[in-house]
Write a protein that binds this ligand. Structure first.
Ligand code: ADP
Ligand code: MG
Length: 400
């Protein structure tokens, strides 16, 4: 897919409407994790130094088209100013007179944050008139919010059709990392999919087996696959009604020459509690009260060998109940091994997913992989092979 980037834009004196994702964790009016604010800095700086007026559009939480004071973006402006080292003005509305007055007062290089776009129902409805009202304040549109690109909203999709549209720096980074992992990967390309449920990751598994050379399945969802193959899963978390689906996926993998890696050995315990007595078992009979809570050492070793024989890795979902040690061991061992291969220049490793990112941080390797996406839902939809409306609207072929 080709899209315009800021390299192609004439910025001097232009009002740049920039969609960012500032839906950050907050506690009592304070930003508790500024990762998303920092992610927006390269685009903002690029625009500022290019002589543009930077007008930021964002949503916060789910006000559902109504004015909810507690969901105001106002506290974000000072937090962003701190990260940016430059003042950030705030306008108490994203359209209409208040927004226009704040924009009119801007000089080149200024930064202005507009109020929560989701205070208007037209945002989520991708209403043409609302998008037009937003467009009044800009000469060009920059989308830097990959994590909101799976939504066709006015500020993520509609605007791209009303103004010259560009991918921001973070958007560009994310798209090129994802392209390197699944779009045009160096082969062999391997996947690791774990987590709790097959049912939430069906489309993802179905898409991956058609694109990957190998796929390792772990976590709770591996129990469903083991059950589907007639193995005893004791008291494990297992979606028994998904057994047919699991067998379908195994068949589909075979048809597409995707080698599947299911657990060879497992870590079991009676309860999920820190330091609970855990045993390694080979597949076979389990006691009625035993639960499978992690991948066993042989399984992890085979998985690491498969990584070492791959050029590209795409990973979503932990291999075990990583929140509760010792059941984090499989995930941590595999993550560290992947990080070592990346450091040695032998592997391109891209990972994403809420719990996956937390697990990689816990393993201390989140910064050591090639790219870790914090985009959540957008990342998963992309792994499912779905077209993301916010990205599609930036594509040059899709210009109306
Ligand atoms: P992500 O957010 O990265 O997409 P998921 O939400 O699909 O990942 O899965 C993460 C959850 O899966 C974690 O809470 C973890 O405890 C759980 N999990 C992993 N292995 C097991 C298992 N064997 N039994 C039950 N839950 C598991
Ligand atoms: Mg999750």
């Amino acid at each position: 897919m080709t899209f315009s980037t800021l390299d192609d834009a004439d910025l001097v004196g232009k009002r740049a409407l920039v969609r960012v994702d500032f839906n950050v964790p907050m506690h009592e009016g304070q930003v508790t994790d500024d990762t998303r604010l920092r992610a927006a800095v390269p685009t903002i700086e690029r625009l500022r130094t290019g002589g543009a007026k930077v007008i930021l559009l964002a949503h916060f939480d789910r006000p559902k088209g109504r004015w909810v004071e507690a969901m105001s973006l106002a506290p974000i402006a000072p937090a962003l100013a701190k990260v940016l080292g430059h003042p950030v003005a705030f306008a108490p509305d994203c359209v209409g007179k208040d927004a226009a007055a704040a924009v009119d007062a801007m000089k080149a290089g200024d930064v202005l944050l507009l109020e929560n776009v989701r205070f208007y129902p037209g945002e989520e409805a991708n209403d043409q008139a609302f998008a037009q009202a937003l467009a009044e304040n800009g000469d060009l549109y920059v989308n830097d919010a990959f994590s909101a690109a799976h939504r066709a909203h006015a500020s993520t999709e509609g605007l791209a059709h009303l103004l010259p549209a560009y991918a921001g720096e973070q958007m560009r980074l994310e798209l090129s990392a994802l392209d390197a992992a699944l779009g045009r990967p160096q082969r062999p390309v391997m996947g690791i999919v774990g987590g709790s449920k097959v049912s939430t990751k069906l489309d993802l598994l179905r898409n991956l087996v058609t694109k990957l050379d190998k796929l390792a399945i772990g976590g709770g969802m591996a129990n469903t696959f083991l059950y589907a193959q007639g193995h005893d899963v004791g008291a494990s978390y297992c979606e028994k009604d998904m057994a047919d689906t699991a067998r379908d996926i195994i068949r589909l993998a075979g048809q597409n020459n995707c080698k599947l890696f299911l657990p060879l050995d497992i870590v079991v315990a009676e309860k999920i509690a820190p330091g609970a007595p855990a045993r390694v078992r080979h597949l076979g009979a389990l006691d009625d009260d035993e639960r499978i809570l992690d991948a066993g050492p042989e399984t992890v070793e085979r998985l690491c060998r498969a990584m070492a024989n791959s050029k590209t890795l795409i990973w979503n979902g932990p291999l075990g109940v990583f929140e509760v040690p010792p059941f984090d061991k499989g995930t941590v061992t595999a993550a560290k091994y992947a990080a070592d291969l990346v450091k040695a220049g032998k592997l391109v490793a891209v990972a994403g997913g809420g719990d996956t990112v937390a697990a990689l941080h816990a393993a201390g390797v989140a910064d050591a992989l090639t790219f870790v996406s914090t985009a959540g839902g957008a990342f998963l939809e992309w792994m499912e092979g779905k077209e993301l409306p916010g990205v599609a609207a930036l594509s040059k072929q899709n210009k109306r």
